[in-house]
Ligand binder design. Structure first.
Ligand code: SF4
Length: 241
């Protein structure tokens, strides 16, 4: 089966989660089984004139060349939902080149190749997204793969964009996972409530960031990271950076 890709871009910085700031290349796939109301990647929901179907070998060649030419050793698989595809060949071949893979997904599907990734960012969607709650799915997968994730020392992040109070309460239900022996970190990310705004949006994002920080400080959450999407501060809503 081919891998349908919306865009490959970078190197740039990873703008969020446990590896925020790292030099990385992004592979954004076509297609998502969710349709979040505030999705900032709607352009990835379907094929476009810029999307392209890759065989495993073509994608391996392109990523190897791009990583070598740009001195990059980190690749992020994102979307859409990368878990709609099989990346096992791509990851296993490029691991031999010392290229490490991270994945960002919403927790609806957990293909076996996820266990080959260095960092797994699971981003369950809070009520404002109007999408299914996959809490049980995530907990079952973590519990089923507990020993392997522990042995591999996989970085696991639960990253939840927060837009309102209901989303905040939703995020609190994941806090108990930070007490696990697995390396699970909980990230609350400031929701970008206008993904169509042009130009500099840093002031709006930072205002919402401050509100979210204040909310967490007044809550009972102890082990939580609060971050804005760094790329939105630098580039606003621009695509491909
Ligand atoms: S899961 Fe991600 S890519 Fe899919 S609709 Fe939601 S925000 Fe967009």
């Amino acid at each position: 089966m081919s891998i349908n890709v919306t865009e490959i871009f970078g190197p740039t910085i990873q703008g969020e989660g446990p590896k925020a700031g790292i030099k990385t290349i992004f592979v954004r796939v076509v297609g998502c089984d969710f349709k979040c109301s505030w999705c900032d990647s709607k352009f990835a929901w379907a094929e476009s004139e810029n999307s392209r179907k890759y065989s495993d070998e073509e994608l391996i060649d392109e990523l190897r060349t791009l990583c070598n030419n740009t001195n990059t050793r980190n690749v992020v698989l994102t979307g859409g939902n990368p878990c709609l595809y099989n990346f096992s060949n791509v990851i296993s071949k490029l691991k031999d080149d010392d290229i490490s893979f991270d994945v960002e997904t919403q927790g609806s599907k957990f293909p076996a190749w996820l266990l080959m990734c260095n960092t797994i960012v699971i981003s369950p969607k809070a009520p404002s997204s109007h999408q299914p709650n996959v809490f049980e799915n995530i907990c079952n997968w973590l519990s089923k793969n507990y020993n392997t994730l522990l042995k591999n020392k996989t970085n696991i992040a639960i990253k939840i964009p927060v837009f309102n109070n209901e989303d905040f309460e939703f995020a609190r239900t994941y806090h108990f996972l930070t007490q696990s022996n697995l390396n699970i970190k909980l990230y609350l990310s400031v929701g970008n409530d206008n993904v169509d705004e042009k130009g500099d949006i840093a002031e709006r994002i930072l205002r919402n960031y401050k509100t979210l920080i204040e909310k967490v400080m007044q809550s009972d959450m102890k082990y939580v990271y609060i971050l804005p999407q760094i790329h939105t501060l630098v580039w606003g809503n621009k695509q491909g950076v």
